[in-house]
Design a protein around this ligand. Structure first.
Ligand SMILES: Nc1nc2c(ncn2[C@@H]2O[C@H](COP(=O)(O)OP(=O)(O)OP(=O)(O)O)[C@@H](O)[C@H]2O)c(=O)[nH]1
Ligand SMILES: [Mg+2]
Length: 357
């Protein structure tokens, strides 16, 4: 228990032999349940998990088992068992560690989703996510839990970009990819002050987890970005907690040239869904129309400019009037979009907080 709240930690693990054991053994004593999800590793990750769970359970021997309240959230079923049972085998807990094995490799987001489903069933007050490669400093976990326990936020996440010395620790190619996705996620999610949206060090309240629809979570690497959009539509408060990143001996397996386009496409779909759900269906705000009008006007302006160039070089028509009209349309469209962004920013302004050192 942490300040009278039961705490679960989801640890996704894929080929993390040599790292995962330390993550489990170093889990703070106040954590009640650890859901380690082995994503069909081909190395000794699973054996390491069981061994570390036994060591951890011996260390915590004598502590009374946590009194779990049963979840008030029924998990979706299709007649063949729960979503959780269809995707993974949940083994008996060894002390506070519940080892879970995927039936097939489902990726980092897929492993988080499985862990979230297990945490929801257990009805834990707060569920954190900690990677199995040791990149997250566990002494910082309480800083993610505090905003939720204090009821200042429903979701909190690490932010490795707030201070120059933290940013400096990030390799350049990652920093560029992160900056692009930070900007796109601001637009898509409506959390305009939130940075470093790919940060997998997070904590979420039971209520928020029950609300966001875990069954439909995106399973590729952009799962954190996807979650932010869903949190925004549901009016959840987000805390961005400044913290350093730890880069050690682990090997990066992210292919940024695939990652950035894939996540960008998902964010675009999510953005359109958010506008529709938040501003047209659940409530109404003209900003959704401003966005559409702005995009349409810019589109017409751009087409007009292409025609202008064609007319100039193929038909030798004069350039000036057509160019001026196209530019005017692009400017008007940009004004509509800026206005929409300002309104959108205002809408979620009170739902965002930054936690500094
Ligand atoms: N690469 C990879 N990781 C997975 C997969 N399934 C679960 N994971 C786990 O998801 C977590 C995050 O994956 P990482 O590859 O470390 O992603 P990252 O931390 O954003 O990127 P790095 O900075 O390269 O470590 C780790 O704990 C992995 O073990 C998978 O299919 N592939
Ligand atoms: Mg990692």
């Amino acid at each position: 228990m942490y300040r009278d709240h039961s705490i679960g930690v989801v640890v996704p693990a894929y080929n993390e032999a040599g790292f995962i054991g330390d993550v489990i053994r170093e889990m703070p004593a106040y954590v009640d349940s650890v859901f380690v999800v082995d994503d069909c590793s081909s190395d000794t990750t699973w054996d390491d998990v069981l061994e570390a769970a036994r060591v951890d359970s011996n260390q915590h021997d004598g502590q009374p088992p946590r009194d779990t309240q049963s979840s008030d959230v029924p998990l979706a079923t299709d007649g063949s068992g729960s979503v959780l049972a269809r995707r993974a085998t949940v083994h008996d807990a060894v002390g506070r560690v519940t080892p879970i094995q995927h039936h097939e490799n489902l990726g980092a987001g897929g492993a988080i989703k499985t862990g979230y489903l297990a945490a929801l069933e257990d009805g834990l007050d707060v569920t954190a996510t900690v990677d199995g490669d040791g990149q997250m400093d566990l002494s910082q976990l309480s800083r993610l839990l505090d905003p939720i326990v204090d009821d200042d936020a429903d979701y909190s996440k690490g932010n490795r970009l707030l201070y120059p010395e933290y940013r400096g620790a990030m390799p350049t190619f990652r920093f560029v990819g992160n900056t692009i996705l930070t900007f796109l996620t601001k637009i898509a999610s409506g959390y305009w002050k939130t940075m470093d949206p790919q940060n997998g060090y997070t904590a979420i309240s039971h209520q928020a987890l029950a609300t966001v629809g875990v069954e439909n979570m995106y399973e590729y690497y952009g799962y954190c970005n996807d979650l932010l959009v869903k949190l925004n539509v549901n009016g959840m408060r987000v805390a961005d907690v400044a913290m350093p990143a730890v880069y050690g001996d682990e090997e990066s397996s992210i292919t940024y040239t695939r990652y950035v386009p894939n996540v960008s496409a998902m964010l675009f779909r999510n953005f359109l869904w958010r506008l529709k759900a938040k501003y047209l269906v659940l409530d109404f705000h003209p900003l959704a129309l401003f966005y559409l009008l702005g995009a349409g006007t810019i589109g017409v302006g751009a087409l007009g400019f292409s025609w202008t160039l064609y007319a100039k070089y193929a038909l030798n028509d004069p350039l000036f009037v057509r160019t001026a009209s196209s530019l005017l349309l692009v400017s008007i469209g940009s004004m509509f979009i800026t206005l929409a962004m300002v309104f959108d920013l205002k809408e979620s302004e009170d739902d965002e907080m930054a936690v500094f050192e």
